[in-house]
Design a protein around this ligand. Sequence first.
Ligand code: MN
Length: 440
Amino acid sequence: MNQTHDTALTSWIESANSPDTDFPIQNLPFGVFSRKGDLERRVGVAIGDQIVDVGESLSANLWSGKARDVARWCDRPTLNELMQAPKESLSQFRARLSELLAGTPGDETVINPLPPGALVPMAEAEMFPAAEIGDYTDFYASIYHATNVGKIFRPDSPLLPNYKHVPIGYHGRASSIVISGTEVTRPKGQTLPSGAKTPTFGPTEMLDYEAEVGFFVGRGNELGKPVPISEAEDHLFGICLVNDWSARDIQSWEYQPLGPFLSKNFATTISPWVVTWEALEPYRVPAFFRPPADPQPLPYLSSEKDKNEGGIDLNIEVYIRSMMMREAHLRPWRLSSASLADMYWTAAQMLTHHTSSGCNLQPGDLFASGTVSGPDAGSQGCMLELTRRGSEPIALPNGEERKFLHDGDEIILRAYFQREGAARIGLGECSGLIVASSRR
Ligand code: MN
């Protein structure tokens, strides 16, 4: 950790010092935005309720050395180039930006060093996916999620024999990744209604969300050159929130033998701000504790460092707001809360495993953790688990019930780090509203 993580730091931007902001000066996440009504996309950094348009600050002679290289890569429509920057350069950029934004509001001796126009209110900006995502992979790293789901589909053998040996995943679809706030159309597909002998085609009746964390790949690896676990985190740029929308009835009919396909490729929502690997350092924890009866990971998935600090203690919450709740001006209702620290596999293990075949990852690729669920009641990160496939409906605060999602429902994911001796920093929101299937 370094001076940029210091809890005592404040910013001359007043909103950054509010106790409930996700973006205090200790965070400084990257995102891609445009000014409303302007088509040009640019890389920015969130601070309080403002965005630093770093490219706009280049003329002001504020940047030098390696920090300047990173600042120049902000003058781009995506983060792909910036994501490959050496960690050393990113660190120097972060230190310098922290210095430029530090201060006390109202202190006359601190002058805003940014040129006019380099600070954009979030309310006047539109956000876009942070990177041109070439490939997207989704893992299944929560043993609690895997066990709960397994119990529903295979009561006799909930956890398949490979689970504790191999990080399970599937190749997802990058083209349908959408930014938070984008409406999600209820997909149609083939399902086998219970008791029926032949399938039918129509709108899914079991639309679900999955609360997950996304990991953006920074530096890539060459085809045929696996990344050893000792170097895995050098290839990770940062994290965001991911909602892996899922149609459970389509999924259960199509998933054998090759895994999910159309049940998950109709939309995946991501949050706009990417919290960097350096920013999340204060919240690292040991990897999942494997009871002595569990197999130890194979050597290529194992390192002392990863075992001791491979976990990330991020709290993830899921909220719902139905159409009726919106009309009654009710606030979003919390469905669940879980911690990323409860995942069976670490980010480093997932990345190393992904490349262990020689598969090449590229800057801007995204992989997600899989549904984040914990051991306790109320920590299940999808409706399939919360309602046991619809058999135990959830009551909403206005008396409505849910087995799965209805048209007009909005799902909002939020996540934050909170730890004694460290600042509270957040990931912002990842939201999506369900709209009815198209008629065609
Ligand atoms: Mn998933």
